[in-house]
Write a protein that binds this ligand. Sequence first.
Ligand code: SF4
Length: 903
Amino acid sequence: MNTPANIPTAEITASTVKTTCPYCGVGCGVDAKVSDGRLIAVSGSQDHPTNRGRLCVKGSSLHETTSLEGRLLEPQVNGLPVSWDQAIGHVADGFNQIIREHGQDAVAFYLSGQILTEDYYVANKLMKGFIGSGNVDTNSRLCMSSAVTAHKRAFGADVVPGCYEDLELADLLILVGSNAAWAHPIVYQRIAAAKQARPEMKVVVIDPRRTATCDIADIHLPLKPGSDGYLFSGLLSYLADNDGLDNGYIKQHTDGFNEALKAAQTSSPDLLTTASQCELEPTLLEQVFDLFLNNDRCVTLFSQGINQSSTGVDKGNAIINCHLASGKIGKPGATPFSITGQPNAMGGREVGGLANQLAAHMDFSDPENIDLVESFWQAPNMTHTEGLKAVDMFRAVNEGKIKAIWIIGTNPVVSMPDSNFIREALQRCELVVVSDCNEITDTTLCANVLLPATTWGEKEGTTTNSERRISRQNSFLPIPGSARHDWQILCDVAKKMGFSEGFNFTDSGAVFREHAKLSGYRNTLPKGKLHKEKLSKSKGQRLFNISALSLLSDTELHNLPPQQWPVTNSRQDSTRLFSDGQFATIDGRARLIPIQPALPAFPTDTEFPLVLNTGRIRDQWHTMTRTGKALRLLNHIDEPYVELTDSDAQRFGVEQGAIVEVSSPLGRCVVKAMISPAQREGSLFMPIHWSDQFAAHARADSLIHPVKDSLSGQPESKHSPVKIRPLAMAWQGVILSRNELPSLATEYWCKTATEYGYRYELADATQPISWPQWLQTVTDPGEDYVELSSSGSELYRLASFMNDRLELLFMATTGSSKPTHNWLAEQFAKTSLNQEQRLGLLSARAVEPTEDVGAIVCACFQVGENSIKQAIAEGVDSSEKLAEKLKCGSNCGSCLPEIKALL
Ligand code: SF4
């Protein structure tokens, strides 16, 4: 059981295993170097067409994240370890009983874009075909479900028509709502390299924030938050007014143009109106419109800034409308391109991991689809209706309509909007099952049953990236404890529930082969053979078809080279789709959709006058359960923060680095203020990563209103009205500790892993009456310690030792400046400290002088801001020369935008 299926044990010790990065939707190939069952290094696969040997800083740090620290290794029921048989029995009996008493819609699965296609396939099959409910949804709902619906409305299927190469071939690349430099770094680097090679290539960034992606932009349009629908409606009107339409293409290949243009001309009839709606300089907007008008090779890359909106579907279609109306689609360097966030959000879409999907890219709109899947699965309880999408699913949990939920590989108590509500809903739920590789997350703390799952490096299967490229994640690490693969756990529960027939998979390869076979089932009519009376995609011509992979052996699957779908025996090239103007609709014609743009659902008001935007930072991923282990990823930005403009800071009395409260009607966060010219006035930005395991009050999604797009169900995570105020802190401090401490009671704390243990930054509004007593409430410093206290108690320091080694250092002050502590980490490495060194700790100055390199900019080579500034002051005037001198930016390149900003 604990040997990865399909792979001979001897191969686990092989020097290099080819796999795929588990983080973002770029989907880079990784060469994992393994020795004695341990991952010792990673590098980008030279032969993977996505990254061609490169990895960003997150991918480059994967080998620092595979420790077993914090792993869930045994099943647990109600906090007690149990055998797998007991755990599986508990889950199966619990689900069966609730289904018997309340019906099949009283249970639900909530999945993740992190799990593999095979896991997704089995979960979907179990719920939709055997339990008989549509209640399977996924955290992909939060990142790209609006694009899914927009694709289906326009193309007839959820298809990204283009490929990454199109981003390099474009003469005009428009990035909308995408900070690719941080969220999709290798794609960004490919774009940056293309622009460097062809400086005439134009790059436009449309984003309220001036993000790192703007580093390569010729034009940045800092539009009013949420006004993108007006902008692209205005563009369609502009194309019509300026001979920018491809009338031949419109006539031959599309429907709905007149209605779409009429709607655009109603909402955004001309440039001045559009500029006003988007609060943009008309001349700047005109430049962008003219670029679109005059460049046939144009790609519009859109991401969460478009999707995470109460009108995200319409925004996606407004973009696609412009490409269809101008014929800029299906050609090299010409396509709308939705880039997805997670490593396998696309794979989840392919198997039907969303509640409104069925399987193999079908949905519930046609009874023949349902019949097809039912027949293929021999499903005893095929559902005929969609299930609840994420926001509604957790509402149903809260209302008691869903009484059992199984959460697999995700952390909704951190990542769902109104996340405090999600926690309360789970705490109220009769049966909460969580499969995870980590024992303690904000979500596992709400579970009745914990099931230990394998994770990256231990499991194997497939993922699909943003350009429809299927790649293998292969296993190379021994499975720890009694962890099992997600698909195995699902099969075990299915069989225990009484569904033995459909779940006898012997390995993940068998699951994949069935998935591939389903994609080709009743999908054989050649193009153009559909007749009006056979208006059914279930009778053929479904674009998602990977049936040629259904006959692969285990070894062939293990060595499957990355490839884009469709993969059929008759298809030669799947690089880009719709090149022949034939779309996946019944009649082969694309649809332009009439759009009535709208601003975000909740406007700001006098009580909540600022717009909160949320997103990712460069070096962290999701809720930090993996990236929080890699020390070098913690040095770039190590505390939760809110970014705001200088003018907003002055307006609300906020100083740089001050501790502030950001609040909405739903919750409050306490974070550090970061004043930045990158923000738009009136807008704040907070990263989504910090959970209650890493900080006191920093779950940004606890502030986000769960209003959602009515078509896609995707929440408006980019726009919630909030307010900000500085918090008066009586004291601030830091604890450096060899051991992890229990949760702290201070108003502000933030935990960071270090090479010696943990660092806790602290602050609170109330000064303790006695510092030693306060410290005792946190940890016992033992017998061997030295301390220093000022006469007025405005300063207190304590260093404690065990066997002469530094064990704990606590430094608190009621003043405003804290001592720097970079040099103190080195003191933990010493086997003993003499008296002078001990006193040096209390005086908070290094006995041996050390260099303060400042905040880390280049995570690969740990080059700090101060070092870079120093080199620039000495005359180094380019990123290339800085790389020569300090090495910064010369490996993964993720820090190049920041280096250029410093230059
Ligand atoms: Fe992984 Fe970075 Fe590639 Fe994304 S860009 S897949 S995080 S290496």
